[in-house]
Design a protein. Structure first.
Length: 440
């Protein structure tokens, strides 16, 4: 984010042009920062001292830091500080900026100060942008009169960095009352507050396809159910983390299944946070306690169910996976098959889960709590009525405490939280079948 924002400032000031900025950003990921340039930028040594050390490096088989300490230009503490920063994105950008343009390392501080003042950042906010510390800079970009908006925006950005890409930048949040859109994926959290969290594209579906491709690792030449599904599960993860955070403040919310719309209009008080990923713009939509109307008719994006059984399943613990998200089913299937489980069935809603359990009699059934048609709680109720010895693991988004308690009363034994922690998933499921498969 730092490279894009600082680079745009340099373009606006006429220091570099757009083609140069594009080239620098592409090279950033491949650049290892030179300690000499960093030491000058940090004010530890002068350009002349850096030149002297570089000259000695050409004659001696020694590292830059070793020579710098030998001649007294750097202390051990300063060298350790530089080594810690060496791999950070903002330092890589500064490195190539100095290498590829006429900007001197000693001039960087002046440009940074001009950037800080123009954008209105304080020193801590600028440092947070450099360090990709979302919590440190989000209030500068997403101040809002409504509660929780900044927290939601920050949580979403942290998940973009974790699961999607770190190559993005944001603009300042905007208040809106009407938003026409081409594509929209959105989720409602209701209870003590009414909160909508969504991602939309106003003009075309390129941004959705691009983001879905980054999430899944597969390119999309059109907006398929699988692409929508990946975006929806991403939003679901954010909603779960937000409801968990709010539950710690005794604010209770329940999460509804995510829904998808095309070519309609959102009406109601809300906020838009523009998020640029390369050449694509996708926007975060947040509405809190507003009479929000998000669209008329949601589109059907149901992902086809995988009906293929695992090979050699006769001597393995058998599992039926139930989740309305095809992306989540794929992640769980791959993890379990890799670790010796046999997936003998999948389902995308509660009613299908009941039918699959009765037909396949698995050792374990995993049940997503939040699903359309029939949720995982009702499916569990009916499965336990059919077979009170059924082994069920509930899949929850963080924050669904009341649903977890209800599941426990009905007979669920294990809980798995999205996003999946592979080690925890395996521990919980193995615990369910330890009596039948003691050596597994």
């Amino acid at each position: 984010m730092f490279a894009e924002l600082f680079g745009r400032y340099l373009v606006d000031e006429g220091v570099i042009d757009h083609p140069t900025l594009d080239k620098l950003i592409k090279e950033q990921a491949e650049t290892r920062v030179k300690l000499g340039m960093m030491a000058v930028t940090e004010g530890f040594i002068t350009n002349e001292q850096a030149d002297e050390i570089n000259h000695r490096q050409q004659k001696e088989d020694k590292r830059f830091g070793d020579i710098a300490i030998e001649i007294g230009a750097l202390t051990e503490a300063q060298l350790n500080q530089l080594l810690e920063k060496q791999g950070k994105p903002y330092m890589r950008f500064i490195q190539i900026l100095v290498d590829e343009t006429d900007i001197a390392a000693s001039d960087i501080d002046g440009h940074l100060e001009g950037f800080r003042k123009k954008e209105g950042f304080d020193e801590s906010e600028l440092d947070a942008i450099k360090e990709e510390n979302v919590g440190g800079y989000i209030s500068a970009f997403a101040p809002a009169s409504q509660p929780y908006v900044s927290n939601i925006a920050g949580q979403l950005l942290r998940n973009i960095i974790r699961f999607v890409t770190s190559d993005f930048y944001i603009e300042r949040i905007k208040r809106v009352s009407e938003v026409p859109y081409q594509t929209l994926a959105i989720q409602h959290c209701s209870g003590d507050h009414s909160i909508y969290i969504g991602l939309l594209s106003e003009e075309n579906d390129m941004a959705f396809r691009h983001m879905a491709g980054l999430i899944t690792g597969d390119p999309f030449d059109k907006l398929t159910p699988e692409a929508y599904d990946a975006i929806g599960e991403f939003i679901n993860g954010v909603s779960g983390l937000i409801t968990t955070e709010m539950a710690s403040e005794r604010v209770l919310l329940e999460i509804s299944p995510q829904v998808f719309y095309e070519k309609e209009v959102i009406n109601g008080r809300g906020y838009i946070l523009p998020i640029h990923m390369g050449d694509n713009l996708i926007e975060l939509y947040i509405s809190v306690d507003s009479e929000t109307k998000i669209g008329g008719s949601p589109i059907d994006v149901k992902v086809q169910i995988n009906t293929e059984k695992s090979e050699g399943s006769s001597d393995k613990p058998t599992v039926v996976i139930v989740d309305d998200s095809g992306w989540s089913r794929t992640i769980l299937r791959n993890l379990l098959e890799k670790n010796g489980f046999a997936i003998i069935g999948e389902a995308g809603d509660g009613q299908s889960a009941i039918e699959a359990y009765k037909k396949l009699n698995p050792d374990i059934i995993t049940l997503d709590i939040t699903m359309p048609t029939m949720d995982g709680i009702e499916a569990l109720r009916q499965i336990m009525a059919y077979d009170k010895s059924a082994k069920a693991a509930m899949i929850t988004s963080a924050g669904q405490r009341s649903k977890v308690l209800e599941s426990l009363k009905l007979g669920a034994e294990k809980f798995i939280t999205k996003p999946f922690d592979p080690a925890l998933v395996l521990t919980e499921l193995k615990g369910l079948i330890k009596d039948k498969y003691p050596d597994f």
